[in-house]
Design a protein around this ligand. Structure first.
Ligand SMILES: [Zn+2]
Length: 515
């Protein structure tokens, strides 16, 4: 999952530190001391898995990962199948014991990883995992791998390798959880299916086709996605949705060709000025979109606003970090603001500036927007509103470069095009799936730690490709540390999070999902 790597490793992570070896296992078969041992028992496998390169640009490497994971799931009693995908098979695994009347949960994770630039890494090889420890001044140093097997297990150790967190760590936690069930003589309280994507880091281009081809096999009542980092506060995190993204291009036409600004300035309308005026008409001084109806379909209940406020971002620190004095006022908070569709100018172009500039009236000016969309305000709906707005400003919209008759008749000519990316997806916070996942996180969390519920993350991840085909609700339940450096050099997995993740997965597996 794409997410900024500079999430702040806050002091709050101390809260999630496990009291390894201190808690009695009498009442809970999966007390932290037990999950720490489950973690240690899978560490050799985890290190072996991390040493298989997994950039999907090399199909042979993906095949090796799929084969390795197929064996690992089979050894634990899963029925498996490799799902064909142009030489980069995905892995399907299913727990064979079926519980009549129980809900089926499909767990989605991915076995591929981002490319690497070995020279950037502070270890000999990103595909050869190392264990590191932080010194008093916060520097990481390679230490003995054997420390992973010491008693008690140090939660602050980290395993550094490509895919350590994104997303092989969660896959191994999942396998460790099944080891725990077996050791305790227990079975899951839900029916379990697993899909390991082989091209997630390439944008999951093949997921729709693979899921459609195996729809009956993958059919589930709910989808749980273990991917991405926890919220920056390091509290247990649950994400109920994500915005979609669409690209809109607005071209304002001027004279047929660029004209000498000395001969024609003050006479021929300048399309760059006209575009600027048009853009200025689309947002007010508070950053609120003024295109009629843009926010109309977004309704936030008081309960939802409270959950949004409870994520507890330090917005003073955020404004300081990004270097702005004042935020826009679309919502009361950052979390509330990203529940609305956005109208963001991602780039503008008209003639040239600097050394390449000439004194001209340009022939056209272009603005490109990325709209972040919501389930209530999909791309086509927002595009229709923008079209109506531009017309209201006196423009005639055309489908291509203007023809003579159009130039002769209309003063203001513009063109709008829409290209849709991923669609927004969201599961209601109070849906059975949400209540189930939140209930488990709350129960497993340290006393006094409130899980973070993200109603809808601002960015766009390709959940629509999975969710729309399977027609099942989803939640994203990230398990890894926020400062894991995924997608860049020195990706790592904090051992305490690995232990905690096993406990979370066990909690889910042992809790029936309601109707
Ligand atoms: Zn990922």
């Amino acid at each position: 999952m794409h997410r900024s790597r500079n999430a702040i490793f806050s002091a709050a992570c101390v809260l999630t530190t496990l009291f390894i070896g201190r808690v009695s296992a009498q009442t809970d078969p999966f007390a932290p001391a037990v999950t720490a041992r489950l973690a240690q028992a899978t560490m050799r496998e985890y290190l072996e898995l991390l040493s298989i390169p997994n950039d999907a640009i090399v199909p042979a490497d993906i095949q090796k990962n799929t084969d390795w994971l197929e064996r690992a799931f089979q050894q634990r009693g899963f029925i498996t199948r490799q799902l064909a995908n142009n030489g980069k098979p995905m892995l399907y695994a299913e727990w064979p014991k079926k519980l009549a009347g129980a809900k089926t949960v499909l767990y989605y994770m991915h076995l591929d990883g981002q490319p690497v630039v070995p020279a950037e890494w502070s270890q000999p090889n990103p595909w050869l995992p190392v264990v590191k420890q932080r010194d008093a001044v916060g520097q990481w140093h390679i230490t003995s791998t054997e420390k992973l097997f010491a008693e008690p297990l140090d939660p602050e150790l980290r395993v550094f390798a490509r895919a350590a967190s994104d997303d092989k760590g969660p896959i191994m936690m999942f396998l460790a959880a099944f080891d725990g069930l077996k050791a305790a003589g227990l079975d899951p309280a839900i029916n379990v299916k697993v899909l390991l994507d082989s091209e997630e880091e390439k944008g999951s281009p093949s997921i729709p086709a693979v899921v459609k081809a195996n729809k009956a096999l993958l059919q589930a009542d709910a989808i749980v996605i273990h991917d991405g980092p926890r919220h920056a506060s390091e509290r247990p995190t649950l994400i109920f949705g994500n915005r979609g993204v669409a690209r809109v291009t607005l071209t304002v036409f001027g004279p047929r060709a660029p004209l000498h600004s000395g001969h024609y300035g003050n006479y021929v309308p300048n399309p760059a000025m006209r575009l600027a005026a048009l853009l200025a008409s689309m947002k007010d001084d508070d950053g609120r979109v003024t295109v009629a109806g843009y926010y109309e379909r977004i309704q936030l209940s008081e309960a939802e606003k409270n959950i949004l406020a409870a994520t507890g971002e330090d917005e003073t620190a955020i404004r300081k970090r990004v270097g702005i004095a004042r935020a826009e006022r679309v919502g009361a908070t950052l979390q509330e603001s990203i529940q609305y569709p956005s109208l963001n100018v991602r780039g503008m172009a008209a003639a040239s500036i600097g050394d390449k500039a000439s004194n001209i009236v340009p022939d056209k000016a272009i603005a490109e927007f990325d709209l972040r969309t919501t389930p209530e305000a999909p791309p086509e709906y927002l595009f229709g509103l923008i079209e109506a707005h531009v017309k209201k400003q006196g423009y005639t919209l055309i489908k291509d470069a203007p023809i003579e008759a159009e130039r002769a008749t209309h003063d203001k000519l513009a063109m709008l095009t829409l290209a849709s990316g991923g669609r927004a997806m969201r599961t209601p916070l109070d849906a059975p799936l949400g209540q189930w996942a939140y209930g488990v996180l709350k129960r497993e969390a340290q006393a006094g730690v409130e899980p973070v519920r993200i109603r809808m993350m601002g960015g766009s991840v390709p959940t629509d490709r999975l969710v729309e085909v399977l027609e099942a609700p989803f939640v994203i339940l990230p398990l890894v540390n926020g400062d894991n450096n995924q997608h860049t050099y020195d990706e790592n997995m904090r051992v305490g999070h690995y232990v905690d993740g096993i406990r979370t997965i066990l909690g889910l597996l042992r809790t029936p999902l309601g109707p």
